[in-house]
Ligand binder design. Structure first.
Ligand code: AMP
Length: 226
């Protein structure tokens, strides 16, 4: 049986870091919709995979920059195409950043059934808002591979320790946009959690403490669930 996982939680809660670790340790396919969208913008594709529509690319770039959400219909095309092509050899998939709205959550439930995929376990990582703003306002992200380095551990322009890229602050990690992303999370993404929690196994993980503490908590929850 495949291990399919959905990570939920606001930006800055450590989802990306934990997703990278869990995917690595369990051989899961890490699907970060934010990373896919940033790559689409960079390479001139729409979220639905179409090329040759510069307006759509520009609109998507503006949405990401403002911390708003890409429309649900485009996100459903993106996730459908992504989950239809899970690489052979992976032990399951791990969604990081999807779903973010109730309609996306309902779309995911329908898609899992349609594809005959194993039902995912939903893990919500939780930390208080003040801690999120503190973490996001200093973190640096590799513009090549997306690896995240915590505030204070490096400065902009430093070499990434995973690839040969360089660290920079993500445009949407600036304080004004962070506040907007948290508001969008509260309004739109909380309802997505309720939809998933009513349908799949749901576990809340305490995201405070060191990244290693959180990794251990996640491993404990998955152990108990298997
Ligand atoms: P992330 O890297 O997960 O923080 O995502 C960065 C940005 O990509 C978000 O602020 C949204 O603009 C966009 N995005 C990522 N995933 C989704 C989604 N499931 N639905 C709509 N927009 C998304």
């Amino acid at each position: 049986m495949a291990l399919n996982v959905v990570f939920l939680g606001p930006p800055g809660v450590g989802k990306g870091t934990q997703a990278e670790r869990l995917a690595g340790s369990r051989g899961l396919w890490h699907v970060s919709t934010g990373a896919i969208l940033r790559a689409c913008v960079r390479d001139g594709f729409g979220p639905d995979g179409t090329a040759g529509n510069p307006d759509l690319v520009r609109q998507t770039a503006a949405i990401l920059k403002a911390g708003q959400l890409v429309p649900d219909d485009l996100m459903m095309v993106l996730i459908r195409e992504t989950l239809a092509e899970v690489p052979a050899g992976s032990s399951g998939w791990l969604l990081d950043g999807f779903p973010r709205t109730a309609p996306q959550a309902e779309g995911l439930i329908a898609l899992v059934a349609e594809l005959g995929a194993d039902e995912p376990i939903v893990l919500e990582i939780h930390v208080p808002d003040e801690e999120i703003v503190r973490r996001l306002s200093g973190r640096l992200t590799c513009s090549t591979c997306g690896h995240v380095t915590a505030a204070g551990a490096a400065v902009e322009g430093d070499d990434c320790r995973v690839c040969d890229g360089h660290l920079a602050m993500r445009e949407d990690d600036r304080p004004e946009t962070v506040r907007n992303r948290l508001m969008v999370f509260r309004e739109k993404t909380r309802p997505a959690k309720d939809v998933l929690a009513a349908r799949y196994r749901f576990e809340r993980i305490d995201g405070l403490g060191s990244p290693n503490d959180v990794t251990q908590r996640i491993a404990g929850v998955l152990e108990a669930a298997s």
